[in-house]
Design a protein around this ligand. Structure first.
Ligand code: GDP
Ligand code: ZN
Length: 391
């Protein structure tokens, strides 16, 4: 960050109140951590300030009416032919970039190719310069959120799977496959870590008898009190689909959840006429825009953008996620502030206000049990539900 940027950052921060500054700093720290996890040694390590400035710029842009690029505000090529766009597909050594109405093929520079698994993801905002007949990526802009998963060959390394996501819709089926709240907990921890917001869709409610509806509601009670939207829906009957559309309007999102819960069905329902299953995507946005079939970014009516890639479909909690695990349990926060030790893990420490809240019934036992299991604690007396390894 140069002097001028630093001064600008200082000016912008000075305008904020304490609460807002704390909130932004926390987000910036989280984003930086996510970015660092995907980096190899050679690249410049971004500073906290880089992320703070990016977040502040975004807020200003949003306030001025230039919110997240929706493709409408086509960024015109610069004098030198440079452009800005959104990555909608990634292949070996190259990517497809949507820039205004154009989808452009762009090659990646060598350093990005080398760390392509972590360096670039669908949803990334990039700068391009002309190269021969096509384009070349010159920069990947800082991300506002990043979903990662562990590299299958090296669990300590993270792979970027989708960038700049606003909402991760965690999808479960009320029945078939059976509902395991513990899976929801794992997803919520992973989403919290990405910097995106979580929402919960409970699909296939059409399959439930009245008695089963009651049971499902009981199981999900702890989630209804969390600061995340919960929508009961059925892609089959259409119940709740408009609520979901409203919830996702204007957002870039991904659907995560076990196979068979209805993610493709929902994508189809939201797209009305699209054939998500075949992967043949045509953007039906009324402006004649056409997105190539290699795209993993679906533009749906209502300004909903969905990223669906095999990586997203395999998205789950990886080993490294145990760091700051408690952040993924939003209802712990007000109590955690009152624990005797500041670095309390809410497991064996005396004076733990979270454990006291569990005993008082203020925090659901099932959620606390999930937390302890994720923490790697085996001496919790409660039985698991056998769902640990199924995400
Ligand atoms: P995905 O693996 O998460 O993408 O799940 P799919 O969208 O492929 O759905 C799995 C199966 O569940 C398909 O046979 C769907 O027709 C069915 N399905 C999806 N949504 C519903 C629903 O709301 N109710 C019922 N009864 N079946 C559904
Ligand atoms: Zn504690």
């Amino acid at each position: 960050m140069d002097k001028r940027q630093r001064r600008r950052l200082g000016d912008l921060l000075a305008k904020l109140d304490d609460g807002e500054r704390t909130r932004l700093t926390k987000r910036a720290a989280k984003l930086r951590q996510a970015a660092l996890r995907t980096m190899t040694g050679d690249a410049r390590r971004p500073e906290m300030e880089d992320f703070l400035l990016r977040l502040l710029d975004e807020q200003e842009e949003a306030a001025a009416g230039f919110a997240a690029p929706d493709g409408g505000a086509a960024p015109a090529p610069g004098i030198d032919g440079s452009r800005r766009g959104t990555v909608i597909g990634v292949t070996a050594g190259a990517c497809i970039v949507q820039s205004g109405d154009d989808s452009l093929d762009a090659v990646l520079p060598a350093d990005l190719t080398r760390r392509q698994q972590s360096g670039l993801a669908v949803g990334d905002e990039v700068l391009l310069e002309p190269l021969g007949e096509g384009h070349r990526v010159t920069a990947v802009l800082p991300r506002r959120s990043l979903l990662t998963r562990a590299d299958p060959h090296d669990a300590r390394r993270a792979r970027a799977i989708a960038a700049n996501i606003d909402v991760v819709l965690v999808m479960v089926a009320a029945k078939a496959p059976p509902l395991h709240p513990r899976l929801i907990d794992r997803y919520l921890v992973a989403v919290e870590r990405s910097g995106a917001r979580a929402a919960l869709a409970v699909n296939k409610v059409d399959l439930l008898t009245d008695a089963e509806r009651g049971e499902v509601l009981d199981l999900l009670q702890p989630y209804l009190g969390l600061p995340i939207p919960v929508v009961f829906c059925s892609v089959t009957t259409g119940e709740g689909i408009e609520d979901l559309r409203g919830l996702l309007a204007g957002a870039t999102c991904v659907f995560v959840g076990q196979s068979g819960v209805g993610k493709s069905s929902l994508l189809n329902a939201l797209h009305e006429d699209a054939a998500a299953k075949t992967g043949a995507v045509r953007a039906g946005d009324g402006r004649g825009r056409h997105i190539t079939s290699a795209s993993s970014l679906y533009e749906l009516p209502g300004g909903v953008r969905v990223i669906d890639t095999p990586g997203v479909r395999r998205f789950s909690l990886d080993a490294a996620d145990a760091v700051r695990l408690a952040d993924g349990f939003a209802e712990f926060a007000p109590f955690a502030a009152r624990c005797r030790y500041r670095d309390c893990t809410h497991a064996h420490e005396p004076g733990c206000a979270v454990k006291a809240a569990v005993d008082d019934g203020a925090i659901a036992h099932s959620r606390y049990t999930s937390y302890r299991k994720l923490l790697g604690d085996d001496d919790d007396p409660r039985q698991g539900d056998g769902a640990e390894n199924t995400v």
